[in-house]
Design a protein around this ligand. Structure first.
Ligand code: EPZ
Length: 418
C-alpha cells in the first residue's frame, strides 16, 4: 500500500504546469490501433492508466517505445484482438480499445471493464453503438465477443451523452463503409482531441464538441504525430489546492475554456482569477464563501471535480449544496472527510456541506481517483499530519501530484508499505 504523509496548515504558493490529459490520452492511444502504422504522441502523462493501456497494446502485438511523455506506437504487426481479462479489470477505459480493435480487425473479445467504483458503469451504450454498425455480440461467462463481416455506417442515437460510448462509436465508425451520424453525443474536450488526431490521420469526422458528430468512413489512415491536450481535471485540482489553503497559484499549460464552470465557481467562492491564453493565476481569500454545485455533462460542471470541489468547500463560510447527476455512487470520500472534522450529510444525489473553521488531521483512506485527490487537498488544509492511504488510486490519474504540490510549499512524503 502506498500512502501520502501530509504536513498540513501550509499555504500553497507558487506555480505548476499541467500534464497531458489522462482522459484524452486513453482514447488517443486506442486510435493508434486503427492506422496499422506508426503514431507518435507527445505529453502523454506517465500514470498507471496510460501505462496499462500501452501494456495491452504490446500484448496485442504493437511495438511501443516510451521516452518520458513521448510515446511511439507501431500497430503494423498487431496480431491479436483479445484484450487480456486481468488487464481489462485494471480500469474502465480499456473498453475504449474495443472500438478501435473492432474498427481495424472487425472482431474483438473483451470482458466487462473494471475502474473506479463510482457506480454501476454499464457499457450498454457502447454495445448498442457497435450493433448499429453491423456488429453481432455474444456475451459469455465474463467475456464479450464482437464480430462483423464489415462495419456499415449508420445513425447512432445515445440515450445519454456517454463520453466512452461516443469515443467507441467514433473509433469503430472511422473505417466503416458509409457515413455514421452520432446524435446526443458527448461534447467533452477529450472527444475533440480524439477527433483531431483521427482527422490528422485522414479520417473524416465533423461536429466533435457538439452533440451531433458525423463520421464518413475512409479506407485507411496515415501515420501521425500528435500533442495531447492538457488535463483539465488536474488543472481544477491544482487550482483548488490553492483555494483550500488560502494560497496563490500560477497555473501553466491549461486551456481556460475547458474549465469555465470551475473558474466561475472559484470566483463565486471569493477567489480572484486572472485568465490568460494558457495560464490561470488564482489568489484565494483567507476563507472561501460557500457555493452550490450541480454536476452535468460538458459544458456543465464536471463530475470529476465534484469530490475535489466538495472537499475545498468543507472550510468555506456557510453551507454548500452539491448535486451529483452523473454517477450514482460518487460520495464515498465523504466519510473520510467527516473523520477530518468536516460537516457533510449525504442524501441520494445530494450532499450538504456546512463549512467548519478548520479540518483536523487524520488517517484516511482513498477509495477512488478523485475521492483520493480531495483527501490530499483536505490534508493540505488541516493543521497537523494527515496520512492518506491507498494513494495507488491517485497514481492512476495524476502525474507527480506530490512533487507539484511540494514545489508550491506543501510538505508531502510518499511512503510504500507492503
Ligand atoms: C469518462 O468515463 C471519464 N473517464 C470519467 O473520468 C468521467 O467521470 C466520465 O467520462 C464522465 O465525464 C475516461 O474518460 C477514461 P460515461 P465514462 O460513459 O466514459 C452511464 C476520472 O476520474 N453509462 O460518460 O465511463 C454511466 O454509468 C474518470 O478521470 C451507461 O449507463 O463515463 C454514468 O452514470 C471517472 N451506459 C454516465 O453514463 C453506458 O454504456 C456517464 O458515463 C455508458 C455509460
Amino acid at each position: 500500500m502506498t500512502s501520502y504523509i501530509i504536513e498540513g496548515g501550509r499555504r500553497i504558493d507558487g506555480s505548476a504546469t499541467c500534464s497531458g490529459s489522462k482522459n484524452a490520452s486513453l482514447p488517443i492511444i486506442a486510435a493508434s490501433i486503427l492506422n496499422g502504422k506508426t503514431t507518435k504522441l507527445y505529453h502523454v502523462p506517465n500514470i498507471h492508466d496510460t501505462n496499462v493501456t500501452l501494456e495491452i497494446l504490446k500484448i496485442l502485438g504493437c511495438k511501443v517505445t516510451k521516452n518520458g511523455g513521448k510515446i511511439e506506437i507501431n500497430s503494423k504487426n498487431m496480431n491479436s484482438h483479445e484484450i487480456p481479462e486481468h488487464l481489462m479489470r485494471e480500469m474502465r477505459s480499456t473498453v475504449i480499445l474495443a472500438g478501435a480493435i473492432l474498427g481495424r480487425f472487425k472482431e474483438v473479445t473483451f470482458s466487462y471493464p473494471g475502474g473506479c467504483d463510482i457506480g454501476a458503469r454499464p457499457i450498454d451504450l457502447h454495445l448498442t453503438a457497435f450493433k448499429k454498425l453491423g456488429v453481432t455480440i455474444e456475451e459469455g461467462a465474463g467475456y464479450i465477443y464482437c464480430k462483423c463481416e464489415k462495419l456499415i455506417g449508420n445513425n447512432i442515437d445515445f440515450d445519454f451523452p456517454s463520453v466512452g460510448a461516443t469515443e467507441n462509436a467514433i473509433l469503430a465508425a472511422v473505417l466503416a463503409e458509409g457515413t455514421s451520424v452520432i446524435s446526443n453525443a458527448a461534447m467533452e474536450p477529450e472527444i475533440i482531441d480524439l477527433a483531431n488526431i483521427l482527422n490528422k490521420m485522414g479520417a473524416k469526422i465533423v461536429g466533435a464538441g457538439t452533440n451531433v458528430i458525423t463520421v464518413t468512413g475512409v479506407k485507411n489512415l496515415k501515420e501521425v504525430g500528435y500533442d495531447v491536450m492538457p488535463d483539465r481535471i488536474e488543472a481544477g485540482t491544482l487550482l483548488c489546492s490553492a483555494a483550500i489553503t488560502g494560497g496563490r497559484i500560477e497555473l501553466n499549460n491549461v486551456i481556460p475554456e475547458h474549465i469555465t464552470p470551475i473558474i466561475r465557481k472559484l470566483e463565486e467562492t471569493g477567489c480572484k482569477l486572472e485568465v490568460g491564453e494558457n495560464t490561470i493565476h488564482l489568489v484565494a481569500p483567507k476563507r472561501l464563501k460557500a457555493v452550490d454545485i450541480k454536476t452535468m455533462p460538458y459544458p456543465g460542471f464536471p463530475t470529476d471535480m465534484q469530490s475535489i470541489f466538495a472537499g475545498t468547500l468543507t472550510t468555506a463560510k456557510g453551507s454548500s449544496v452539491i448535486i451529483e447527476n452523473i454517477f450514482e455512487n460518487r460520495y464515498k470520500y465523504v466519510n473520510e472527510l467527516i473523520r477530518m472534522g468536516a460537516k457533510i450529510t449525504v442524501e441520494g444525489k445530494m450532499a450538504v456541506i456546512k463549512g467548519v473553521k478548520r479540518l483536523c488531521a487524520a488517517t484516511v483512506e482513498a477509495a477512488d481517483l478523485r475521492g483520493g485527490a480531495t483527501l490530499v487537498l483536505a490534508g493540505l488544509s488541516a493543521k497537523g499530519t494527515t496520512r492518506v492511504n491507498h494513494i495507488e488510486y491517485l497514481l492512476r490519474g495524476y502525474e507527480n501530484l506530490d512533487k507539484k504540490l511540494n514545489n508550491m510549499g506543501a510538505k508531502i512524503t510518499k511512503v510504500e508499505e507492503n
